[in-house]
Design a protein around this ligand. Structure first.
Ligand code: ZN
Length: 520
């Protein structure tokens, strides 16, 4: 195949299908910024009935890692985001990993050299640095001096013979400003003195990011490049390369940065920023996707909760903010809490399951349907009050583990009243008589005990909650009783009575004096 020829046939059809690409480097995990850019690409493709391509920019052999690629692919799969073409599903313009396309870049380079559009440069790093310093001293913007542009074939042969491996540069003869009409930022003008003969192939024979990216965008018939703002400064070089290849450049849209709350560039020191890290912290894919989209995008109806595919129907690039978005963990937590409460219970269970297994609360395989359904009911009781899956696991602890300790404040407040141990024993005894253990029966018997003892509801409810959960807040008391089971509930009430009696000698006075008498 002659790659240049196929480049030239681009945009010849009348009806050009929208084609966009997300091109991560496997040099790290997928970050929240990358996720947002990927989403904008997917939305734009859906909106225009086009195709979204995942391309892996792994020409940097030293920094690219297979495990990072796996992690990126795994993140997309967990997020439920799929591309139309890419390294996993293939497609008509593959391969989609740049490391598998090196021969193709070399062919294009040879063609550019043959056409006199690119040339080898043998300048040493020292020579280039000296020239740079000289220009800076003279108050000029440092540019490549063009030294190797005019080498004769004999001089080339001599350098090659001396074993100097050249880089290749693109010849740039541009006098007038280069104007890019960015779909988000509008008109951006680059002055010709910012452009010089830049390197397109390194001395080890691998293409620079610019060359590989532009060749692939041309060959893969990319119509719109939606990418991070940090690439804006690369855009004039890319336009020049498209022109050298004889191709009309795609349209560009540069997405503003994401800043931390302190307005600095978002980085690791701001806590979790990768999809994988958020997953480990117990965030849901629905929340991460929804939140990422709200970073710098204003949906037409001001809604805050939506599925990304819904948003695709109305997605417009002119709704993307032109200023940087500020990343806010509190907002993400709030978003996650919303999905914890509102997603189908089975969906929460699916995401919670690895966490529950890790905590040792459930087995990989449930021994019975009853056990599974009990776990689901427990999750349902707790999920209203938590923001993440980790908090859910913590909130479920007392259903699966004996109580390690009672909440300290709760002990001072609820275990220090006179007769509380005796009341707990009495309530436990009354409950023992029950043959049906459900919300109605437990509540009925419990209320009867309160009446018989002639105390306030709270005087028994609070100590009982503390006795059976170790905590002062949580689901309704009778929900906890039912989800814990009869035997365990009664056992814990008796254990708490024992504990109170063992710890009450001498301490009770202090506790009582400390604590203002509350409702009774
Ligand atoms: Zn040179």
């Amino acid at each position: 195949m002659d790659p240049t020829q196929s480049i030239n046939t681009m945009h010849t059809e009348n009806q050009v299908q929208v084609r966009v690409r997300f091109a991560p480097s496997p040099t790290g995990e997928l970050h929240i910024g990358g996720l947002r850019t990927a989403l904008f690409n997917l939305l734009f493709a859906r909106r225009h009935c086009g195709r979204a391509i995942l391309r892996i920019d792994d020409t940097d052999r030293e920094r690219s890692r297979e495990e990072h690629l796996m992690s990126i692919l795994e993140s997309f799969s967990w997020l439920g985001l799929t591309f139309d073409e890419g390294p996993v599903q293939g497609g008509p313009y593959g391969p989609y990993r740049q490391s598998e396309r090196l021969a193709l870049y070399r062919d294009v380079l040879d063609k550019l050299v043959a056409e006199g559009k690119a040339y080898p440069c043998y300048c040493s790093a020292e020579t280039l640095e000296a020239s740079r310093k000289e220009q800076l001293k003279a108050g000029k913007t440092p540019r490549y001096a063009g030294t190797c542009r005019h080498l004769t074939p004999e001089e080339h042969a001599e350098k090659d013979k001396a074993g100097i491996r050249p880089v290749y540069r693109l010849k740039v003869d541009r006098e007038e400003p280069l104007v890019v009409h960015d779909l988000i930022r509008g008109k951006v003008v680059f002055q010709p003195d910012q452009l010089d003969d830049f390197v397109i192939m390194k001395s080890d024979g691998t293409p620079t990011y610019h060359l590989a990216s532009v060749i692939d965008d041309a060959l893969m018939k990319i119509t719109h490049i939606l990418r991070a703002e940090e690439h804006l400064s690369n855009t004039p070089r890319h336009v020049l390369l498209f022109e050298a290849l004889g191709t009309t450049p795609p349209q560009f849209a540069h997405v503003p940065m994401i800043l931390a709350k302190d307005r600095s560039k978002l980085s690791k020191r701001h806590g979790a920023t990768s999809v994988e890290a958020f997953r480990d912290l117990g965030y849901l894919p629905e929340a991460l996707v929804n939140y990422s989209l709200l970073l710098g995008y204003a949906p037409p109806d001001d809604r805050e909760h939506f599925h990304w595919e819904e948003l695709a129907k109305t997605f417009e690039l002119d709704r993307v903010a032109k200023h940087p978005a500020v990343y806010d963990t509190d907002k993400l937590r709030w978003m996650n809490a919303y999905y914890m409460r509102t997603l189908p219970l089975e969906r929460i269970f699916e995401e919670a399951r690895p966490f529950l297994i890790k905590a040792g609360y459930v087995d990989r395989t449930f021994t019975s349907d009853d056990e599974r359904s009990l776990t689901l009911r427990r999750i349902d009781a707790v999920r209203e009050r938590v923001s993440t899956l980790l908090e859910l696991v913590d909130g479920l602890a007392y259903f699966y583990r004996p109580i390690q300790s009672y909440d300290e404040k709760g002990v001072r407040k609820h275990f220090s009243k006179p007769d509380v141990a005796a009341h707990l024993r009495r309530a436990a005894r009354d409950l023992t008589a029950l043959t049906v253990w459900d919300l109605d029966s437990t509540e009925r018997v419990f209320r009867q005990t309160i009446e018989d003892l002639g105390i306030s509801g709270g005087a028994l409810i609070h100590p009982t909650r503390l006795a059976i959960s170790g905590r002062t807040v949580g689901p309704g008391l009778f929900d906890i009783m039912v989800l814990l089971g009869k035997d365990e509930t009664i056992k814990r009430m008796v254990e708490a009575a024992d504990w109170i009696e063992a710890h009450s000698s001498g301490e009770r006075h202090i506790s009582v004096e400390d604590d203002a008498p509350s409702s009774s």
